[in-house]
Write a protein of this length. Structure first.
Length: 132
């Protein structure tokens, strides 16, 4: 049988801390390593394990990616998992991500645009109620 690479085993075995260390170490030597960036964006952006989610780092890493289609795919995987609080906290990155998505995938860009609109609307309603 084919032997699995250690980093794949870390992710499949849900040893995210080990995978994060592995990929972050790769980036120290090779800051443009697409596999490391993509893997970290997914771990940080989706946060498969409580405590591993770090949207700030995920968005920071996405900025390094020059392949716009890969960037759109990674953004979509993150944006689709974000809740209202996260959308509001990272509103600029979400808005920028929607712009990237709109170049490649209108359905997902429209869906995420709607999520951003709903998040903004919920804040408006809460502040309107609080001011009464």
């Amino acid at each position: 049988g084919r032997s699995r690479r250690p980093r794949q085993m870390c992710i499949r075995g849900q040893m995210y801390t080990g995978a994060i260390l592995h990929y972050e170490n790769i980036l120290k030597d090779d800051p443009d390593n697409v596999e490391a960036i993509s893997s970290l964006v997914k771990i940080y952006g989706i946060g498969w394990k409580k405590g591993e989610k770090n949207l700030g780092r995920a968005f920071e890493l996405i900025e390094v990616i020059s392949d716009e289609r890969l960037k759109a795919d990674l953004l979509n995987s993150i944006l689709s998992q974000m809740d209202t609080e996260e959308i509001l906290e990272f509103e600029k990155q979400v808005s920028d991500g929607i712009d990237v998505l709109s170049q490649y995938d209108n359905d997902n860009s429209h869906y995420n645009e709607y999520k951003l609109y709903l998040a903004d609307s919920s804040v408006s309603v809460v502040s309107m109620v609080n001011s009464m």
